[in-house]
Design a protein around this ligand. Structure first.
Ligand code: C2E
Ligand code: MG
Ligand code: MG
Ligand code: MG
Length: 280
């Protein structure tokens, strides 16, 4: 009986594995279809200046709305796109679309656009040319664009780093996304082509970890890097961050990521200060 039970467990375990692999394949196929059938959209989340709550930038975030089903989270489909390499065409689609949509926001209100770039995309030989082409097609100056990359993406590959440096000479800025979750050594930061640190929200998970936050902000100040705290959800967090000298913040306290039409309506209404009453 014991042996039979073991076998049964193994069968169920294998069925579970097959299901997970099938699910990945379904997602990969579905994502290709989604791109061609128009199921994807780009939403935008404001980044605000903590001094006055003014929107200074928006982050482009990919969204997938399969017809007749619930939205699929980027945390689910982005890893699949990265594993299959489909993140490359997907990334270009986001960048080109976001540059076009962000142009009036930049022209009217001086709002920058920040776009996530995956390691795969950065390894493309024509990366620099395609970013320049996306900017030119949208009529957006290089100074309006911030490219977000993770620590591991930068540390891993010297050619990618050189590509980013070329774009920085044009005026494009580079942000390290989810800072503090990757490499634990801070020393390498000095050598990387970086303009902005986006401090991961794990530092805010409970209360703002003031000791760590202070150290990161001090380091950023010493290197003349701009700082953005990610995932700010409470007034208390915003107030503490401001007191510690963090310049910018992004999070549900100010706004969730919203469809382009909603952001456009917000900006047209002139309500550029999202958190003035919330930060002390
Ligand atoms: P990320 O680049 O770090 O983006 C910030 C994520 O934090 C977004 O999740 C955003 O909705 C979420 N967020 C913002 N404020 C708060 C808050 O106050 N509380 C909490 N709990 N979460 C907050 P989202 O949109 O689900 O995206 C997840 C990740 O997927 C992104 O993390 C990014 O790594 C990736 N991603 C999204 N769009 C793209 C894209 O176009 N290209 C690439 N390569 N990656 C993307
Ligand atoms: Mg990001
Ligand atoms: Mg982030
Ligand atoms: Mg993050």
């Amino acid at each position: 009986a014991a042996k039979g039970g073991g076998k049964d467990r193994i069968v169920r375990f294998e069925a579970g594995l097959r299901t997970a692999a099938d699910r990945q394949r379904e997602l990969a196929t579905g994502l290709r279809r989604a791109l061609h059938e128009g199921e994807l959209d780009v939403h935008y989340q404001p980044v605000v200046r903590l001094a006055d709550g003014r929107i200074t930038a928006v982050e482009a975030l990919l969204r997938w709305f399969p017809p007749g089903a619930d939205a699929i989270a980027p945390g689910v489909f982005i890893p699949v796109a990265e594993a299959t390499g489909f993140i490359v065409p997907l990334g270009w689609w986001v960048l080109e679309r976001a540059c076009a949509q962000a142009r009036p926001w930049y022209e009217r209100d001086g709002i920058s656009l920040t776009v996530n770039v995956a390691a795969h995309q950065l390894r493309e030989a024509d990366f620099v040319e395609r970013v320049r082409a996306a900017l030119a097609a949208a009529g957006l100056p290089a100074t309006a664009l911030v490219l977000e990359v993770t620590e591991s993406t930068l540390v891993a590959d010297a050619e990618s780093t050189a590509r980013l440096d070329t774009l920085r000479a044009d005026g494009v800025r580079v942000a390290i996304d989810d800072f503090g979750t990757g490499y634990s050594s801070l020393a390498y930061l000095v050598h990387l082509p970086v303009d902005v640190l986006k401090i991961d929200r794990t530092f805010l998970a409970t209360a703002v970890d003031t000791t760590l936050m202070r150290a990161i902000l001090q380091l950023a100040g010493g290197l003349s890097l701009q700082t953005v705290a990610e995932g700010v959800e409470t007034e208390e967090q915003a107030t503490t961050l401001r007191a510690l000298g963090c310049e910018h913040a992004q999070g549900f306290l100010f706004s969730r990521p919203v469809p382009p039409a909603d952001l456009d309506a917000l900006l047209r209404s002139g309500r550029l200060e999202l958190g003035a009453a919330r930060i002390h």
